[in-house]
Design a protein around this ligand. Structure first.
Ligand SMILES: [Zn+2]
Ligand SMILES: [Zn+2]
Length: 266
């Protein structure tokens, strides 16, 4: 087997998120924010066997990231990793997990998991202690970054020039403003502890895409306040206006709430 990292975004939206990462020695999910059954079916749809999974890395305790964590951990004996505060916050929501499967993964550290270097970094979001991940394997890196109100210089430094990046494009600001959400929820989403808009995601990408970057995924779209073609066109236009080679130097991928992206070698 080739010693490479492969990635599929199994599902991404504000309704449920799960990413699959495969190396010869380790198969893991970042988040399991859909039912166990849905995640099993999504893995099957890309030719993968859920019984081969080893672990789940959790970003934060919101239900669109942890819905299936307990069920999957129990059924398949998976090791689950989260920081201490996130464990405390999600414990009542996911049911019992055998203590030997519960592991701490502190924010802003690098942790070796079956030959993968998992780099955790804090984000700005209204959860207890949210952290996202830069996954390093065999000289390549894959970044998952959603659920943050803004992208700080520190985050940009950590994710700079990754080979592949999943970047949040939660909403179109105009759709959110004009939409039916109550004012308080709109305020929450656009706050510094909310979510990135299409514009915010594009601006962050301008600062972090480098000569190694080959794959860019647009993720965590809100079904109410965004749609795929709008996110894609908005981001593509902003990146091209900044002289970035969309579809030449790197591929801009959409993600879907229900359909996995094809398993891609990073
Ligand atoms: Zn989320
Ligand atoms: Zn969240």
């Amino acid at each position: 087997m080739n010693d490479v990292m492969q990635v599929s975004i199994l599902a991404s939206s504000s309704q449920g998120n799960s990413l699959f990462i495969k190396t010869p020695k380790q198969q893991l999910l970042i988040d399991a924010g859909l039912s166990g059954k849905k995640i099993k079916n999504l893995l099957t749809s890309i030719g993968q066997d859920i019984t081969q999974l080893d672990s789940i890395l959790v970003t934060h305790e919101h239900s669109d990231h942890i819905r299936g964590v307990g069920v999957l951990a129990r059924r398949y004996g998976l090791d689950v990793y989260a920081n201490q505060k996130t464990w405390q916050a999600m414990a009542p929501k996911i049911g019992q997990i055998p203590p030997k499967q519960k592991h701490l993964l502190a924010a802003n550290t690098v942790f070796n998991l079956g030959g993968i270097d998992v780099e955790s970094f804090s984000v700005s979001h209204d959860a207890i202690d949210p952290q996202f991940y830069n996954i390093h394997y065999a000289g390549k890196s894959f970044v998952d970054l959603t659920d943050t109100g803004y992208v700080s210089d520190r985050m940009k430094y950590i994710i700079q020039n990754a080979d592949a990046i999943l970047m949040e494009c939660n909403h179109d600001l105009q759709m959110l403003r004009d939409g039916c959400y109550p004012w308080s929820l709109k305020q929450r989403i656009i706050s510094d502890e909310g979510h990135l808009s299409n514009h915010d995601g594009a601006q962050a990408l301008i600062d972090v895409i480098g000569n190694r970057t080959q794959q860019v995924f647009l993720g965590h779209l809100s079904p109410e306040n965004n749609y795929k073609t709008l996110a894609h066109q908005t981001v593509a236009q902003i990146l091209m206006a900044a002289d970035l080679g969309v579809d030449y130097d790197f591929t801009l991928h959409d993600t879907d709430p229900q359909q996995a992206t094809k398993l891609l070698t990073i």
